[in-house]
Design a protein around this ligand. Structure first.
Ligand code: ATP
Length: 341
């Protein structure tokens, strides 16, 4: 549905030009929730803004349903933009208009008659769960409610694609989850394709089907979310996966334990899919002649199954510890012996 081909964006500057996006290629399917993750300055905003012509690439093409939006005349681009809604971190609402007025605004611009407009706004208010708030002004709303207005406004002209530029980054964790649930809901109900950029792996894990990792203007890794969790290849991807699988203080704890336990091994186990729900550790203790000390555990639920990590210390005779590792490997569990942090 969306094809990004050899896209490059250079910003001219007095001293040295900035190459914000370097030869990006992506294929995004209809109805997919596709996440682009990267640290600040990676080029995510520049890339997503090129999907609706807010920025134009210096080189390359972006096809949306077969039409190259980078080569459209302004009048055609304006029409094409109605097919692509966008939501923002800081909402970008009209402060002098009510919730109703904000959602009606793009319909007024599109020349939709009043009666039809009223109906559509009412539908949208219901869809995003803002019943009763029609006459409130943005200043009277919570962050989550403001983003609901942003989503309703973005959906007003029935777009096929929704672009989300860090839409939950200004929200607390519970509100973030509620907005992410809403995005999944509209993706399912409307079959809407969603492309989002974020610096939080939690967002990717919770709602995306596929992810692309961006670093210094390039896509360095891409794949289905669960696959990327299982086999992160690039160091930057490993850091992002670590955001949700490893506790902040884990490194310190493991460092201390490595010093404390002179015998045995500290291992990081990774479980994927159904294995994550099996009682592997109790079987391990029953079958192997080792002592197991559980240090830290975590299960993440992605759209395509569960992904678990567990740090344990296994103590016992060297051979028994080796057997235990073999047992775990035979159960399709990832085993990484931690030698140092
Ligand atoms: N209009 C502009 N003029 C010049 N340089 C720009 C412009 N917009 C972005 N850049 C530069 O392009 C690079 C990528 O910026 P971009 O905002 O796309 O990154 P990002 O991954 O979205 O980061 P953040 O999350 O901090 O916004 C940065 O070096 C930035 O300074």
């Amino acid at each position: 549905m969306i094809s990004v081909q050899h896209v490059k964006k250079i910003f001219p500057a007095k001293s040295e030009e900035v190459v914000a996006v370097k030869d990006v290629n992506l294929e995004i399917k209809e109805g997919e929730i596709f996440g682009i993750i990267g640290y600040s300055g990676a080029g995510k905003s520049t890339l997503i803004r090129m999907f609706n012509g807010l920025e134009m690439p210096t080189e390359g093409s972006i096809y949306i349903e077969g039409k190259d939006i980078t080569r459209m005349k302004e009048s055609k681009l304006r029409l094409a933009r109605q097919e692509i809604g966008m939501i923002f971190q800081h909402f970008h609402l009209l402060w002098s208009r009510t919730v109703y007025g904000n959602i009606a605004f793009p319909l007024e611009i599109a020349g939709i008659p009043k009666k039809e407009r009223d109906e559509r706004v009412r539908e949208l208010i219901q869809l995003v769960g803002l019943e009763g708030k029609e006459n409130a002004y943005p200043s009277e709303l919570s962050g989550g409610q403001k983003q609901r207005v942003g989503i309703a406004r973005a959906l007003a002209n029935k777009p096929k694609v929704l672009l989300s530029d860090e839409a939950t980054s200004a929200l607390d964790p519970d509100t973030t989850d509620a907005i992410l649930d809403l995005l999944v809901d509209i993706n399912k109900k409307l079959g809407l394709t969603i492309i989002l950029i974020t610096h939080e792996m939690h967002v990717i894990k919770k709602i995306c089907h596929r992810v692309a990792v961006m670093e210094k203007g390039k896509i360095v890794e891409t794949g289905p979310v669960l696959e990327v969790f299982k086999h992160p290849e690039q160091p930057v991807t490993k850091r992002f996966v670590g955001q949700v699988t490893d506790a902040e203080d884990m490194k310190e704890t493991v460092g201390r334990l490595l010093e404390k336990y002179q015998s045995g091994k500290i291992v990081k186990l990774t479980f994927v899919g159904e294995v994550a729900e099996e009682p592997i550790i109790s079987t391990l203790i029953q079958k192997q002649l080792i002592v197991v000390n559980i240090l830290h555990g975590n299960i993440s639920h992605t759209r395509h199954g569960a992904y678990g990590t567990l740090f344990i210390h296994m103590d016992g005779k060297e051979e028994e510890v080796r057997n235990a590792i073999q047992f775990l490997l035979s159960r399709q569990i990832g085993v990484e012996v931690i030698e140092h942090v």
